[in-house]
Design a protein around this ligand. Structure first.
Ligand code: GAL
Length: 685
């Protein structure tokens, strides 16, 4: 589908909200819709949990209430994003077809009574989903007010990607049979010579859980791949139905932050837009397990300066350049361990941060705090009594500012969102870190975000890309934790003319999760003639000083290091040891334009290493965060944005004489500034 034929084709900056008409008396709807318009909102996402209201019993549909809700919103000029309601299967479905329910790793069925109580492998769920999605899309697919569709809601939320149901087992065995063809091939690929785990037939393969100790890593990896495929397949079924019955409307899914249980790059292939749900304070408090307690305290009310930004840059790539924030935190959430109040100004700052990173839409969660139910302690733009809350005031301000910015710039001034640096992230490598972390703190997104953060503190614009993305636009390509590097990626890296930085563990595993041959960095050895002869992980508090050849300590290595043997390069290019650990093992080596970080190092040293790589790539950097830890920059089209996450006032690097479109040269915590980049020459209109 070409993006020019879609609503939202020119990327404006819009505000929206998530709304649940089924939770409020009908008499309120018109007032709510009017108040949304008055706040400056233009889109409303509805219906994603309302299956039991749309189809109260099997095959009997009640559209009257949804027709009325859509008409009420449309009457105020609001555009509607419809969510397919499959995240909340109705009780009649579960009772008629208990195989809908997912099963946990201990074999316990997860019962009806909340949401996401379905197994992606359940045939009954598949059939019922086809029916409701088709019926809904047939009814509203051509409705002029319905401008986009969201599939389901947050696939995988509440730990629901992996299901251990009988249906999942049957499907997993079928998937294995298709992948391997014979049980001998499976035994071979899984390395079942180890501990004699010889499987006798596909029908005898179980789940990789519950064994007295860990299952074979390739067994675990295949179960992750299979489970990911099931989610992608299920989503594709919904997308195809929506394309058929709702032509011309973009289809998106609302992904989550710090979540990678299925391959988002694969799912992105089927979508027009990637949306995600941004909860900066919940992430800092609870989800970002890699943060230190001091960091949690520091960013408790503002959100971490790089975590939301990382996701904006990730999902913009997954959405082929089209990014929406489908749910934006607008006040305290209810689901973190502790639920802080955003610092005044942060709802506005998060909104502008999303726009700075290319978002076309920021949609707040939710319109009004609901006084009952599981999320009664979750704030909204409005309080439970209907009065505007702080988030609502800030959203209204953002709406005014968008109008102000739009009036000052030509229509296409914000159309391009480009970056000089690519950070490569892939989901199978992430699963490998989870299946065999080897160091307790090595699993998940922490390492990638640490690299991302260092690049951003140099003032660089970053695209977070998948392993198949085109590299040609980037002068610097960073692979923070690509445990598996395919031959295809290795080849593209070899052909790439820019500077390449590989973090520890790069290329260390085959696709099947075995140690790479030749020894790590495996397929990257043509670029980096070294061999990892051993690895070491370090418990918190252990570290090695890192120093230049004859110098004093520059910083320290902690968490992880690869012990490198240096080979003579086939091209005669020598490997240069740039720094060593105190016991002599290389900490960083360079081979021409390629750097290998053999150790994870402290943030200041990492920044220095990336600064060096960026300069060699011909990029100019600024140490923006030295004195102002929360200040970050992002360029979008003609505009340069600066956002201050605090804790103190920060001077923004606006060139002398250039007027600010937003904010002031001295930004308070939570402040946002924007100015036209000299030379980018947008005409005023
Ligand atoms: C999201 C979810 C919403 C709501 C929100 C609360 O994960 O999509 O439905 O539960 O969290 O923060």
């Amino acid at each position: 589908m070409s993006s020019s034929s879609l609503p939202f084709a020119t990327p404006p900056m819009r505000l929206g909200v998530c709304y649940y008409p089924e939770q409020w008396p009908r008499e309120r709807w018109a007032d709510d819709a009017r108040a949304m318009r008055e706040m400056g909102l233009s889109t409303v996402r509805i219906a994603e949990f309302a299956w039991s209201r749309m189809e109260p019993s099997e095959g009997r549909f009640d559209w009257e209430w949804l027709d009325a809700a859509i008409e009420t919103l449309a009457a105020q000029g609001l555009q509607v994003i419809l969510g397919t309601p499959t995240a909340a299967p109705p009780q009649w479905l579960v009772q008629a077809h208990p195989d809908v329910l997912p099963v946990d790793a201990q074999g316990r069925v997860k019962p009806f009574g909340a949401r996401r109580h379905y197994c992606f492998s359940s045939p009954s769920m598949w059939t019922a989903s086809e029916r409701i999605v088709t019926a809904m899309a047939q009814r509203y697919g051509q409705h002029p007010a319905v401008v986009a569709w969201q599939t389901d809601n947050e696939y995988g939320c509440h730990d629901t990607t992996l299901s251990y149901s009988p249906a999942a087992l049957t499907a997993f065995r079928r998937w294995l049979a298709e992948r391997y063809g014979s049980i001998e091939a499976l035994n071979d690929a899984w390395g079942t010579a180890f501990w004699g785990v010889q499987f006798l037939g596909f029908e005898h393969v179980g789940f990789p859980v519950g064994q007295p100790t860990s299952a074979l890593p390739t067994h675990a990896m295949d179960f992750r791949r299979f489970s990911s495929d099931q989610v992608v397949r299920y989503n594709r079924m919904q997308v195809e139905l929506l394309r058929q019955h709702a032509p011309g409307r973009p289809v998106l899914h609302n992904f989550m932050g710090l979540f990678g249980e299925f391959d988002h790059h694969e799912m992105g292939q089927d979508l027009d837009i990637a949306a995600w749900d941004s909860y900066p304070l919940g992430h800092v408090d609870t989800a970002a397990t890699f943060l230190t307690e001091a960091e949690r305290q520091q960013w408790a009310r503002t959100g971490h300066p790089d975590i939301s930004a990382f996701h904006h840059d990730l999902y913009r790539g997954i959405g082929h350049g089209r990014l929406w924030v489908m749910e934006q935190q607008a006040g305290p959430v209810n689901w973190a361990d502790w639920n802080a109040l955003p610092l005044p100004g942060m709802v506005r700052a998060w909104s502008w941060e999303a726009f700075a990173h290319g978002a076309e839409l920021v949609s707040y969660f939710r319109w009004r705090q609901l006084p009952y139910g599981q999320e009664q302690m979750h704030s909204g733009l409005n309080r439970p009594d209907g009065q505007r809350d702080v988030g609502g005031e800030e959203a209204a301000r953002v709406a005014q500012e968008i109008a102000q910015v739009a009036a000052a710039l030509p229509a296409d001034a914000l159309a391009t969102v480009s970056a000089e640096v690519a950070l490569v992230v892939d989901y199978p490598s992430l699963w490998m870190t989870q299946i065999q972390p080897q160091g307790k703190d090595m699993a998940g997104f922490g390492v990638a975000i640490r690299y991302y953060s260092a690049l951003r503190q140099l003032g660089l614009n970053v695209d977070v890309i998948g392993p198949d993305a085109d590299l040609s636009a980037y002068r610097l390509v960073v692979l923070p934790q690509s445990l598996h590097v395919s031959d295809a990626l290795a080849q593209r890296l070899q052909q790439h003319s820019g500077v390449i930085v590989a973090g520890p563990r790069t290329g260390s595993k085959t696709a099947d999760l075995a140690i790479a041959t030749p020894l790590p960095p495996g397929p990257l050895r043509a670029l980096l003639p070294v061999r990892v002869r051993a690895v070491e992980s370090m418990r918190p508090g252990r570290h090695y000083a890192v120093q230049a050849e004859a110098g004093s300590p520059l910083g320290h290595a902690s968490q992880w290091r690869d012990l490198l043997d240096l080979d003579a390069s086939p091209e005669g290019q020598d490997v240069q040891v740039r720094e060593r650990c105190e016991d002599g093992w290389p900490a960083r080596v360079s081979a021409g334009r390629v750097d290998l970080h053999a150790a994870l190092v402290d943030p200041a040293l990492l920044q220095a290493w990336l600064d060096d790589a960026a300069r060699r790539a011909g990029l100019s950097t600024v140490a923006i965060s030295a004195q102002k830890p929360g200040l970050r920059l992002r360029r979008r089209g003609a505009l340069q944005f600066a956002i201050n996450h605090g804790p103190a006032d920060a001077q923004v690097p606006v060139p002398t004489g250039v007027p600010l479109l937003l904010g002031s040269a001295t930004l308070p915590p939570g402040g946002v500034a924007a100015w036209v980049v000299p030379g980018s020459a947008p005409r005023s209109r």
